[in-house]
Design a protein around this ligand. Structure first.
Ligand SMILES: Nc1ncnc2c1ncn2[C@@H]1O[C@H](COP(=O)(O)OP(=O)(O)O)[C@@H](O)[C@H]1O
Ligand SMILES: [Mg+2]
Length: 268
């Protein structure tokens, strides 16, 4: 289990460049106590957005990375055995409910359905968290917000959210930002010059078109930032792209060759 709490309202704002009306809609959801689902491919800014919103709303952020053996107790808590008996220990979801934090469940479809069901009462009007093992029923503290993320392309037919779960969230669609926005992000995050950032985005646009030719994972903003960071540290930009973008995306010789050609065409 991988949960961590970041202090409330830390000094510096996380860098986040909005790509649409997501900031405004999220704020409205938070004010109304509506749960939010962030949909979109990996590496397109979902986590950064939540970090930014937690800062903006001055709420602590508790992040939970979901995986297939995440249990309801991992979220809610459990009795721990101590020398003189047992003590109850809150799980991360319970802490968020008590503290009025934002609780972010990353890649929620990875969690088992019987774990996800635990979230349902929190998305109801009254926003409750029943703790069966202690008999407590917690009402979410003001400021509590439930956020989940999920990558629709990724989910093989088998793994999907139940309709009864989906309907409990307001969904925000994320995608790779428009080229000029993405170039600004890459320049800022990678600390490279704008023309180099624009070239990286141009390369990404070309590589993303390879999806039709069988490239299952196309380059995300995260990979462009990684290439930019290598280049900022002195690695030649073309080589940085081979290491940070081409090599991670595929092992298949023909696709790698096609990607290398596009790198060469971009950095002549
Ligand atoms: N809109 C954005 N504003 C600022 N940085 C962004 C944005 N979108 C993507 N990034 C950059 O891309 C990286 C990956 O984004 P992240 O939020 O981790 O993706 P996701 O959670 O969707 O997989 C971030 O660390 C950041 O450098
Ligand atoms: Mg993420």
């Amino acid at each position: 289990m991988n949960a961590h709490a970041d202090g409330a309202a830390s000094a510096a704002a996380p860098y986040y460049l909005p790509t649409g009306d997501e900031v405004e809609v999220f704020e409205q959801c938070h004010a109304q106590g509506l749960a939010v689902m962030l949909k979109g491919p990996t590496g397109c800014g979902k986590t950064r957005f939540v970090e930014y919103m937690a800062w903006r709303l001055k709420r602590p952020l508790i992040t939970i990375s979901c995986h297939d053996d995440l249990s309801a107790s991992d979220l809610i808590g459990r009795f721990l055995i101590k020398n003189d008996g047992t003590v109850w220990q809150d799980g991360p979801l319970t802490r968020a409910v008590r503290d009025g934090a934002l609780c972010y469940l990353d890649e929620v479809v990875e969690a088992r359905q019987d774990t996800v069901v635990v979230l349902h009462p929190l998305t109801d009007h009254r926003r409750l968290l029943p703790i069966d093992k202690t008999g407590e029923v917690l009402e979410a503290a003001p400021g509590f917000g439930l956020v989940v993320s999920y990558n629709p392309g990724y989910q093989r037919m088998l793994k999907d959210l139940k309709p009864s779960t989906r309907q409990r969230f307001v969904a925000l669609d994320f995608d790779f930002p428009a080229p000029e926005v993405e170039a600004r992000i890459v320049a800022q995050e990678g600390a490279i010059a704008e023309p180099d950032a624009r070239a990286l985005v141009q390369l990404a646009t070309r590589l993303r078109a390879l999806r039709d030719r069988g490239l299952a994972e196309v380059p995300s903003t995260r990979l462009l930032v990684a290439a930019a960071q290598l280049s900022a540290r002195g690695v030649e930009l073309r080589r940085a792209c081979l290491h940070a973008i081409v090599a991670p995306l595929s092992d298949e010789a023909s696709l790698v060759a096609a990607m290398r050609d596009l790198v060469d065409a971009t950095f002549v």
